[in-house]
Design a binder for this molecule. Structure first.
Ligand code: CO
Length: 210
């Protein structure tokens, strides 16, 4: 069996076990999704959103990219965000980073990684904002972990600045925004930062052109 064929075989076995457990499982799921959460996480294969939160299909709407970034020119992210907030009406948005993030580590070096440089640019900006604090920390790993936390907080602010969130806060008093960091070495999620719905709405945060 080729390695990818195992995925297909496991899929069939999984589908059968779900239908054995509940014959209507897939027909019910196919009718609608009403997740309460949007998850913005890292693409890292070790941080599967549903597995680490024990959420089932239909419970969590997911967007993942390198280092869980919220970039205002990223049409992919903005489309996911708009759909989650305006159509699915999610109540919580979670930006979840993780310690030991390769994207964060790469952004702290001067190496060139090709096209990824353009993406890392956004993380390097977060590093620059907090350079004084980070550079005082002993140990490379510790510095990267602190940037991971600060980056999550910065991405929560980036979410808050979008007209999608500003408008939802103004008209619907939702969603709450959460910044979390997952530990690869212990499987535990730490809560880092929170912006409840209705948070700062002022000229600094309002970008109406998005
Ligand atoms: Co990562």
């Amino acid at each position: 069996m080729k390695i990818y064929e195992k995925l297909l075989a496991d899929n069939k076995a999984w589908a059968k076990s779900e239908t054995d457990r509940d014959a209507e499982y897939f027909t019910r799921l196919a009718l609608l999704q009403s997740p309460e959460f949007l998850w913005i996480g890292c693409s890292d294969s070790r941080v599967p959103a549903d597995k680490i939160t024990c959420t089932q299909p239909g419970e969590i709407f997911v967007h993942r990219n390198i280092a869980n970034m919220v970039v205002h020119t990223d049409l992919n992210l903005l489309s996911v965000l708009q759909y989650a907030v305006e159509v699915l009406k999610v109540k919580h948005i979670i930006v979840c980073g993780h310690y030991g993030c390769g994207g964060i580590k790469a952004a702290m070096t001067q190496h060139s990684f090709g096209i990824i440089n353009k993406w890392l640019r956004n993380i390097k900006d977060v590093y620059r904002f907090h350079k004084e604090e980070i550079d005082c920390i002993e140990g490379e790993e510790e510095r990267a972990n602190r940037l991971t936390e600060l980056n999550v907080r910065e991405q929560v602010f980036n979410l808050a600045k979008t007209s999608i969130i500003q408008s939802a806060w103004k008209h619907h008093q939702r969603p709450d925004l959460h910044g979390w960091v997952y530990g690869l070495d212990n499987g535990i999620i730490n809560t880092i930062f929170e912006l409840p719905a209705g948070g700062p709405i002022d000229p600094f945060y309002t970008y109406d052109n998005l």
